[in-house]
Design a protein around this ligand. Sequence first.
Ligand SMILES: Cc1cc2nc3c(=O)[nH]c(=O)nc-3n(C[C@H](O)[C@H](O)[C@H](O)COP(=O)(O)OP(=O)(O)OC[C@H]3O[C@@H](n4cnc5c(N)ncnc54)[C@H](O)[C@@H]3O)c2cc1C
Length: 460
Amino acid sequence: MNQFFDAIVIGAGQAGPPLAGRLTAAGMKVALIERKLFGGTCVNTGCMPTKTLVASAYAAHLARRSTEYGIAIDSSVKVDMNRVKARADNVSANARTNIETWLRGMDGLTVIEGHARFKGPDVVQVGESLLKAPRIFINVGGRASVPDMPGVGTVDYLTNTSILKLDSTPRHLVVVGGSYIGLEFAQMYRRFGAEVTVVEMAPRLIAREDEDVSEAVREILTNEGITVRTSATCIGFTPHADGVAASVDCTSGAPVVVGSHVLLAVGRRPNTDDLDLDKAGIAVNARGYIEVDDMLTTNVPGIWALGDCNGRGAFTHTAYNDYEIVAANLLDGASRRVSERVPGYALYIDPPLGRAGMTETEALKSSRKVLVSKRPMSRVGRAIERGETKGFIKIVADADTKQILGAAVLGVTGDEVIHGILNMMNVGAAYPTLQWAVPIHPTVSELIPTVLGELKPLSA
Ligand SMILES: Cc1cc2nc3c(=O)[nH]c(=O)nc-3n(C[C@H](O)[C@H](O)[C@H](O)COP(=O)(O)OP(=O)(O)OC[C@H]3O[C@@H](n4cnc5c(N)ncnc54)[C@H](O)[C@@H]3O)c2cc1C
């Protein structure tokens, strides 16, 4: 059966649904195809459930520290994983239902459940139906990458999706991958009571960050009893009576770690291998990401790729921003570009790491005259009052232009504080502009003008 539309959106993740909203509001007849769960990764197996779990883990952590605040709890702290999981499931389910209800009630939108595949540059097949449109928007996201590590096929491993189904605490969770996703799970499960080992191939955790950030994060995690094994150059698995034996081949320490459970958090891959992109002639790069230009158009006129599947971002806010760029260019006559986006993201361990723009290392490599300023959270009043003084604020600026180049706020509320910097970078204001601001006391953000005032040259 052939159906004709003005536009087809593939995937109900972070870009597809709001784009469908704008297109239908502009009078277009639109089809939106979703093969699994409305809301995609963020809502169902990513940001929302994990941040809900992080909140439960934080509650457990604070309860264990209660005496430090003068609060006595008359029994030991117990984690009820059934209730922890139910809370996360509930938050996800509500968001998923809200998105589905919104989409199904959208005038001009036909919601189709099923797996979409291209049949040609303007034709998509779902089951027996052929859908035709002059505009097609691909928002298919990604999934956990499972590299062909020795023995991986012989053991039961968890991914970010299957670990969310656990309703008991693993005895010993081995997290393979010391980057953003792996570290969030590592800390939360440690706080839920598991023994946790993080195994990372690189010489340090979150290796794309500055060394001082990596080191501080490692210290935060090891202080909570997490074992960190870096430089694990030859990771492999064998079944073991107690679960899984992971060989780590590190420069020091035991060569094998035996865990009851293993989580693979070693990267993501785009959901582009089962779309029959070749039938539409859509180009992908060597890693399967759809090639797009600065305005997110593919090499095929009338086809755009948004969100994680285009490799230009790996976050909910970048996927949503992709929608904003495409909608503004298509419907508002704008010419917005991805390259205008100021990079920002957070690592949701506790305390969180908020990041904006370049690292110090990147700034130094950029052959600018670089200024750097750093203040430990132990010298931030609000952090002291809250008894949460781990981490630091670091800002990097250009000595000539006085532009902020980047920042890292590793510390209590760092994920919020970073927005003061991100906003400055977005408006392109020189940093002295902020030094006359009157921030609210007591906050972590109130120290930002002080840190800016202490920027000093740093030679490469
Ligand atoms: C554990 C974890 C934690 C995360 N935490 C954060 C965080 O705190 N902050 C943050 O910004 N980001 C976070 N992310 C990343 C974030 O989830 C993604 O960047 C975001 O969901 C990408 O959105 P998207 O719209 O590109 O794709 P997705 O949300 O993945 O949506 C794609 C949709 O397309 C559907 N689909 C795929 N193929 C087809 C097909 N052929 N036919 C029909 N439908 C199809 C999928 O079922 C899915 O619903 C996290 C990710 C993970 C895994």
